[in-house]
Each structure stands twice: as C-alpha cells, then as structure tokens.
Design a protein around this ligand. Structure first.
Ligand SMILES: *[C@@H]1O[C@H](CO)[C@@H](O)[C@H](O)[C@H]1NC(C)=O
Ligand SMILES: *[C@@H]1O[C@H](CO)[C@@H](O)[C@H](O)[C@H]1NC(C)=O
Ligand SMILES: *[C@@H]1O[C@H](CO)[C@@H](O)[C@H](O)[C@H]1NC(C)=O
Ligand SMILES: *[C@@H]1O[C@H](CO)[C@@H](O)[C@H](O)[C@H]1NC(C)=O
Length: 177
C-alpha cells in the first residue's frame, strides 16, 4: 500500500532532475541544436566527449573544451606536417608541407586569443577568431592543389582539424545567442 504512493510522490522529482535548468545547456541539448546547424550530432557528442568533463559540463565549459581541443590539435597537425616533410623526398610535397606547418604555427596566437575570449564568455569574439583560423586548413589544402595529380599526405589530419574548428565555431556561435 505504501509503495505505489511513494513512487508517485518522487516521480515529478525524477522528471525535474533529468531536465536541464532553464537556459542551461548540456552536451546533448547543445549537440542536438547544432545538429540543425550543419554539425553532425554524433560527431559533436563523440568529439567533445574526448574530454571526460564534457558529460557533466554546462554550455560555457563545453565552449571552452571545444576551443581547447582545436588549439591542442593545431599543435599536433603542425608536428605531423613537420615530420612528414622530413620524410618526403619530393620537393613540391616537402615545400607544401612546410607551408602547412607555418600556417598552423601562425594560427597559435589566434587560437590563444580565441581561448582568452571564450574564457571571458566573449563567445562571438571566439567564433570570429575561429572563422579566421579556418583559413589555415583551406590554405594548406590549396598548396597541394597547385600541382595536378598530387595527393596531400596530410589531408586526413587537415580535414580533422577543419572539422574541429568548425565545431568550436558553431558551439561559440550558439553560446553567443
Ligand atoms: C586544455 O587542455 C589541456 C590538456 O587537457 C589542459 O591541460 C588545459 O588546462 C586545458 N585548458 C583549458 C583552458 O581548459
Ligand atoms: C588531432 O591531430 C592528430 C594529428 O594530426 C590527428 O590524427 C587527430 O585525429 C586529431 N584529433 C582530433 C580529436 O581530431
Ligand atoms: C572579444 O574577442 C575579440 C576577439 O579576440 C576581441 O577582438 C574583442 O575585443 C573582445 N571583446 C570584448 C568585449 O572583450
Ligand atoms: C601556402 O599557403 C597559402 C595560404 O596562406 C597558399 O595560398 C599558398 O598557395 C601556399 N603556398 C605553397 C607554396 O604551397
């Protein structure tokens, strides 16, 4: 006799607990929204979740995480371009890879100002800087397109960075609303 009553009593509390606070974003609500904004939901969730804090993070922290992932990756792609250029014997490929390396290195100050902007909740500023940073993977790719029949050896990493920066830009644009 007691049991059904107590279950009914706690049901509204359970519903409240599973709902984000008003104006609050969660990983799922944020990625669900971006899903309509040209960023794939599964990509958004799995990428942000590479930071273990993402599952319980609010929108602000998710924006910080997205910029942090982008910044970390720029350094990794630059190192990859450097090591590929050292092992390449083709002068055109080597020059193009070094061009990519300097483009990624050149993005470091921008990525730091984007990190400072998002930390200060200046989301539109962070998104604007990320728009500029997206010229880096585009410029790297363009270098290889100058010669017909040449496949970029860094295409995969370059595209992965482009996707990350696009995600970070979308998260910051969302938070700026
Ligand atoms: C970014 O990530 C690195 C590595 O996980 C961490 O050490 C650093 O504190 C993070 N920075 C911010 C601003 O979250
Ligand atoms: C970051 O960079 C590395 C090296 O270029 C790349 O292999 C990796 O997929 C990137 N990480 C993410 C989360 O996209
Ligand atoms: C927001 O960030 C941008 C880009 O870093 C910067 O130019 C702008 O001055 C910042 N705005 C404020 C109010 O701090
Ligand atoms: C280097 O990158 C720039 C993009 O800033 C691109 O326009 C140019 O074609 C590249 N140069 C070479 C030699 O790959």
């Amino acid at each position: 006799m007691n049991k059904p009553y107590s279950l009914l009593a706690i049901l509204p509390l359970l519903l409240l607990a599973s709902r984000p606070s008003i104006g609050g974003e969660t990983l799922h609500s944020l990625c669900n929204f971006l899903g309509g904004d040209y960023v794939d939901y599964d990509y958004c969730v799995s990428t942000l979740s590479t930071n273990p804090a993402a599952s319980t993070a609010d929108g602000h922290t998710l924006a910080v995480i997205s910029v942090n992932l982008t910044t970390t990756n720029a350094t990794a792609v630059k190192s990859r371009a450097d090591s590929l250029s050292l092992s390449s014997t083709d002068p055109f490929i080597r020059t193009s890879l070094l061009n990519c390396s300097s483009l990624y290195a050149g993005a470091t100050p921008d990525l730091h100002s984007s990190a400072a902007a998002v930390a200060a909740k200046n989301y539109s500023g962070a998104a604007a800087v990320l728009s500029d940073v997206l010229r880096v993977p585009a410029g790297c790719d363009q270098g290889f397109q100058k010669k017909e029949g040449v496949a970029s050896p860094i295409r995969k990493e370059n595209n992965a960075f482009s996707d990350l920066a696009t995600l970070a830009k979308a998260v910051n644009n969302y938070m700026a609303q």
